[in-house]
Design a protein around this ligand. Structure first.
Ligand code: NAG
Ligand code: NAG
Ligand code: NAG
Ligand code: NAG
Ligand code: NAG
Ligand code: NAG
Ligand code: NAG
Length: 387
């Protein structure tokens, strides 16, 4: 006997766009038939319930490239949407950065950042060729990055000898310079991600700094508090703008196109992880005032599974994040509109090995997905980020 049954109503508004997308009633995300069983280390789509109908709906959705909870998400994809494999290597090479140089239609990326294995890579979207840019000075253990006006800014974890730093790379000449590597003689801990904001004729470079260099890349022990920092190009001044009282281990960072909102993701501290830890896998949003000073921290969401690592904001203010179950798209108000399904991209074996969709790029009308040893492209119905 089923202790509880219920009809599932698929809203008639949610017309399925294609075989690529499965549509699920959003109520499945907050109300399930009794005796449902699932945990945080396995996909939402593998949730078992006492009702075969709901269980099968979820299981069938797992075979699709994307899961929609809203018409807005369906409308992001054309009727013939598909995952196209554009690059593959025997070694891990595609995990982080995801900076789109719109002038050259190239995407900058790097491999997994643990144990000194990351190198700058560049994908030419026209030819699908991946190459390693020959920067004029080495950029050891790159992690995050951001493209702005002919420059790719790269956050580097450094190593024991070369301090963690933010580099600028001229995309024409590959001339590479250190922008920031210290605060009054103290090393950074391990810059993770970057957001450049242009405002009132000035430019500000925000970056998150956390203990990853020492944890993963043989860096020296941190001497600064983990923080979000802001470099002011006009004033030539580096300031901490968010500290550990607001975010424990700041990770991904992006501003909206208007430069009025700053999104920062938190990471449960690897040393204090679990329910008793101080951090949560949260996405926070701050207001940015006319001087690009963040204030008014608000909780925007939690990662559905895992952490929200890579984060990108499209021109409509939708927030895209790389999480354990896939690439999630939230409305500017935080509602989960749908997600690109990690299970359609990574095999079970790869997931067991710890492969994740950490980061990705929004490149005009393309979503470029980093799947560790492969890069996939999904063409979108229209451009979501202008040049
Ligand atoms: C989580 O659930 C899956 C099945 O859905 C199971 O294989 C796995 O052992 C569970 N993990 C934990 C930590 O309970
Ligand atoms: C799913 O749940 C039903 C009833 O709650 C149970 O009979 C069945 O064994 C479960 N299936 C799995 C794979 O755990
Ligand atoms: C989808 O259709 C459009 C227009 O017909 C075409 O340009 C595009 O290449 C197709 N995309 C795929 C992935 O087949
Ligand atoms: C990194 O290196 C350490 C020490 O050699 C090793 O224990 C650890 O498993 C490695 N981690 C990964 C993700 O390869
Ligand atoms: C794109 O690639 C094609 C051949 O693959 C080439 O003919 C064309 O010039 C390229 N376009 C750009 C803008 O680089
Ligand atoms: C990149 O280098 C070229 C050649 O020196 C220079 O003309 C261009 O202004 C540089 N770009 C930026 C954004 O500084
Ligand atoms: C949380 O802390 C309490 C008290 O120290 C401890 O009993 C419990 O096992 C901890 N829980 C986890 C999941 O670490």
């Amino acid at each position: 006997m089923f202790p509880y049954t219920r009809a599932i109503f698929l809203s008639p508004l949610l017309a399925t766009a294609s075989d690529f997308i499965a549509t699920l009633d959003p109520s499945l995300t907050f109300s399930l038939p009794l005796n449902f069983q699932q945990n945080a280390s396995s996909s939402f789509l593998a949730t078992n319930t006492s009702s075969p109908h709901e269980t099968q709906q979820l299981a069938k959705a797992a075979n699709h490239g994307a899961i929609a909870f809203s018409q807005e998400f369906i409308d992001l994809f054309p009727a013939n949407a598909s995952l196209q494999l554009v690059a593959e290597k025997k070694q891990p090479f595609a995990a982080e950065i995801g900076a789109w140089d719109c002038h050259r239609d190239q995407v900058w990326l790097t491999g997994p950042t643990i144990n000194g294995t990351s190198h700058l890579e560049m994908l030419d979207l026209n030819s699908s060729v991946v190459s390693q840019p020959k920067t004029s000075i080495p950029v050891p253990n790159p992690n995050g990055g951001f493209y702005s006006d002919g420059i790719v800014y790269v956050a580097s974890d450094g190593d024991y000898n070369i301090p963690p730093a933010i580099y600028s790379v001229n995309t024409t000449t590959l001339e590479t310079k250190i922008v920031v590597n210290s605060y009054f003689g103290l090393r950074l801990n391990g810059p993770n991600d970057i957001a450049v904001v242009s405002k009132g004729g000035n430019k500000y470079l925000f970056f998150t700094d956390d203990p990853l260099s020492a944890l993963y890349n043989n860096g020296q022990l941190p001497t600064l508090p983990d923080a979000v920092w802001r470099f002011d190009f006009n004033a030539q001044s580096l300031l901490p703008v968010i500290d550990r009282a607001d975010i424990s281990v700041a990770n991904g960072i992006r501003a909206n196109r208007e430069g009025t909102k700053l999104y920062v993701t938190d990471t449960p501290d690897p040393l204090t992880t679990g329910v008793n830890g101080t951090a949560s896998s949260a996405i926070y949003v701050f207001d940015l005032d006319v001087d690009a000073q963040p204030s008014n921290r608000k909780l925007f969401g939690f990662a559905e599974r895992g952490i929200s690592d890579g984060i990108h904001i499209d021109d409509a203010g939708r927030v895209w994040t790389g999480e354990a179950d896939g690439i999630f798209v939230r409305s500017p108000q935080g509602r989960i509109l749908g997600f690109v399904n990690a299970q359609a991209i990574l095999s079970e074996e790869e997931m067991v090995q710890g492969y994740m969709l950490e980061n990705f790029a929004l490149a005009g009308n393309k979503l470029v997905v980093f799947a560790v040893d492969k890069i996939w492209v999904v063409e979108l119905a229209k451009s979501v980020v202008a040049c």
